[in-house]
Design a protein around this ligand. Sequence first.
Ligand code: SF4
Ligand code: MSK
Length: 645
Amino acid sequence: MEYEIALNKVSDDASAKMLVKAEQDCVETCFDRTETQKTQCGFGKSGVCCRICHMGPCRITPKSPKGICGATADTIVARNFLREVSGGTSAHSDHGRHLVLKLKEVAKGEAPGYEIKDEKTLKYAAKLYGVEYEERDKNAIALDLANLFLNEFAEQEGFLKTLELAPQKRQGIWNAKGIKPNGIDRMVVESMHRTTMGVDHDYKNLLLHSFRTSLADGWGGARIASIVSDILFGSPKPVNSTSNLGVLKKETVNILIHGHEPELSEILTVAVGDPEIKEYAKSAGADGITLAGICCTANEILMRHGVPVAGNVLQQELAIITGAVEMMVIDVQCCMPGLPDVAKNYHTEIISTTDIAKTIGADHVKMNASDPIKSAKELVKRAIDNYKNRAEEKINIPSEKEPLVAGFSVQAIKHMLGGKYRASFRPLNDAIIQNRILGVVGLVGCNNAKQKADSYTNILTQELIKRNVLLLQTGCAAIASAKAGMLKPEVALEMAGNGLKEVCETVGIPPVLHLGSCVDNSRILEAATEVVLEGGLGDDLSMVPAVGIAPEWMSEKAIAIGCYFVASGIDVILGNPFYVSGSEKVSEYLHNGAKEDFGACFHLIEDPYQAADAIIEMLMKKREALGINKKSERKLLDMKDRRAL
Ligand code: SF4
Ligand code: MSK
């Protein structure tokens, strides 16, 4: 592939170089398969294909407007949508469940290698959930909290306790609309029941359950996952690191961790630092070990340890194509089944580690629960042993890498804004009220091989900070910004509008904040809730000048995330469409009608510049409604103002 053609598919030079190399090495990637899948099924894309029972598959056309059972396009499209939301919800929530089970083991002293790293966050969470924490042993608190969290999955009659972390008014809206979720597992099981043949046929009823199920994600499983990760592995604080394929090194053993759950990657970070392992690497002729991440496992260990990020989701194959990866360790979600096919062209070993996620061609290694550090060390040694199998002529590591600052948990933002002794969102609220910052945008989500990777995200990021919008980013979108140099505070500040720049410089935060992995989108809700609780910007999330956008989304998880943002009152822009165009009623409700119920809805905008304009308009409307739409006085802050801020 010509380099210029590659640059139509990806935005960064490192990826483009690897696409050229892929063709030279005769290796097929997802970019090639996008071409072979070019003519995608129109029925699937419009959501009107039903294969829920075996009288079907049925497809809706003008000539056959109903399935064999009589299901209309509205029913079929809404059922398919709910199943997608449930898929996304279950992914985040099962991730959360695994962490809660680990917390319980730790609390009972049954998880060697793990400990409660952040007692402060443990006590903070205990307080939030009404668990007694004063003068109690940390393990006793953790056990009670873990049991409470497990009940969030199992609750049959009552409602999720995590919902109570939302502003009161929003809880009232959920109550009034009848969409307060019971237990997370119950929501997903009910979704599957309601969408099976001959059950729920009312598109609106199905869509309301989609929003209800998504709340069990954002205000349930995902939120719990972030809280428990912080308790077990530490609440993220700003860290320096680097991103892009150039973080791999020719002279070191390179190990990539890829997926989502931080349990194993945390242990691997310990293993690679072990003196015995370092010595072993040296004896193999390597100049140490480079541990780096792909996708959201990358975001997890970046935020807590500053481990470099090799790339986002569409770079997983490209990383192997460098020819310099000894081992890729995969866990769950977004790990392509095509990885072993790429790896067999090089010396890379693909290791799957979770019993619920096996891949043909990967070697499955079960971690020893009674001594996970030993298992992790064995894995690292195996990677070191593989170093000698590199084919020199196949190695080509692009030099591109960018420094970055990440790790902005809500607590970290609060501390940066208000200082150690008066941690608070007040300065942010004041800056929004004074129109120095126009509003806040949560820019999240994946890459999609049908779009030029990172392009929409990068254009929009620059357009928004120019116009004084503070950006909160997660997932692969945050990695896109990292690669583009936008997580370097000095670069982003240079591009930011004057108001945003002044505020960021004064309080010491960059204009683009990396908040974590895709499960951490719940941190964006947490931040928005802090803004509401701080006062002055309305008493509900729908009143805050805030918008969510998923420019390059592809995963079912993104649909669930979008739904819980909308159900929380935050408008969501999609850079590519849902598969709902086959039903006017479903499309109308998602893109318009939901506004009446929740104060927010979805907006499909496929062009980043138009999205930037639309976001500004949305933020202005919110500001108008709050009566804060005055032009900011353009005076430079003197020392007194800065102190006040
Ligand atoms: Fe066809 Fe109805 Fe069966 Fe779906 S549930 S496959 S529409 S008969
Ligand atoms: S990894 S869900 S591609 S953000 Fe979380 Fe990236 Fe999307 Fe996977």
